[in-house]
Design a protein around this ligand. Structure first.
Ligand code: SF4
Ligand code: SF4
Ligand code: FES
Length: 286
């Protein structure tokens, strides 16, 4: 172990406030017939997250424990786990806030399990891809050789802003009873993004997304219980987005929604006092 890490651990050892038992679900499909639990004693200091605890287990007690993480700050969306009966981000969950001497950690439900605490997130990303999560425009020429920026007012941005905070952690799918009963249901993450792009004034792709979301496995499967919004770590409120999406579709089916022309382009012109961008250090792909 690096000298610096040893020093950090020595400093923290003064701050230990209690010891908590981590009850971790283990499963290696190549070796185990079924999942089982293994327990670890974790010394806890103020400010320690469940992810910090798991890293302690992996580094100091059992290197075989598998889990996924990257940023440690609620941004990358990769550390979702089922912690004390609820889908949560391990890096955003303070151990002391759980107010329990035992912390049971399982992989997220509604996903296949790759190993230990690692879910197979493929369905999350496949469903996300299905709704075409990008601006769809007819002005192909402008997109290939842009002359400026698409115009959007702060108010128009505010209209979908909350729904764009999604970090693709997939906690909402783990909490959703409709995903549990119909694995093909598009689910709260993808449907929220379908709404987010469809109300973006720069987008012209609503008709393409309707084909995907107005489907037996689409938005009508949602019965608005709100479990997704309750667990979302970014306050996205997918349950609300889905109801708004249903409203858009109804309007469209009743012939009340007109085809919208996407926002126009403001030609780019250099503003005074802004320096020229430095040359690229990596060649741009043609
Ligand atoms: S509100 Fe809809 S999407 Fe959200 S958990 Fe309930 S059924 Fe699932
Ligand atoms: S809507 Fe919330 S819970 Fe669902 S994937 Fe996005 S950030 Fe995660
Ligand atoms: S490690 Fe990135 S969100 Fe938790």
């Amino acid at each position: 172990m690096a000298q610096k890490e040893i020093q950090i651990k020595e400093v923290l050892s003064d701050k230990i406030v209690k010891t908590v038992t981590f009850k971790v679900k283990k499963f290696d499909p190549e070796k185990d017939k079924k999942p089982y639990y293994k327990e670890y004693k974790v010394p806890v200091y103020r400010g320690m997250t469940v992810l910090d605890g798991l890293i302690y287990v992996k580094e100091d007690l059992d290197g075989t424990v598998n889990f996924r993480y990257s940023c440690r700050m609620g941004i990358c969306g990769s550390c979702g786990m089922f912690i004390n009966g609820k889908p949560r981000m391990a890096c955003m969950t303070q151990i002391l806030d759980l107010n329990s001497d035992t912390i049971e950690i399982q992989p997220l439900p509604n996903y296949d399990n790759i190993r230990d605490l690692v879910p197979d997130s493929t369905p999350l990303f496949e469903k996300h891809k299905k709704i075409k999560p990008y601006l769809i425009r007819e002005d192909v020429k402008e997109q290939e050789n842009p002359i400026g920026e698409y115009y959007q007012t702060p108010e128009e941005h505010e209209y979908y802003s909350q729904f764009s905070f999604c970090i693709k952690c997939g906690l909402c799918l783990a909490a959703c009873p409709s995903v549990a009963s119909d694995p093909e249901y598009l689910g709260p993450q993808a449907l929220t993004q379908a709404y987010r792009y469809s109300v973006d004034t720069r987008d012209e792709g609503f008709l393409q997304r309707v084909m995907v979301v107005d489907d037996p496995h689409g938005c009508w499967r949602c019965h608005y219980a709100g479990a997704c919004s309750e667990v979302c770590p970014k306050g996205v409120d997918p349950a609300k987005a889905i109801q708004l999406l249903k409203g858009l579709i109804l309007k469209y089916r009743l012939g009340l929604k007109k085809k919208r022309k996407g926002a126009g382009v403001i030609p780019a012109h250099p503003r005074p006092g802004i320096k020229k961008a430095p040359k690229r250090t990596v060649p741009q792909e043609s």
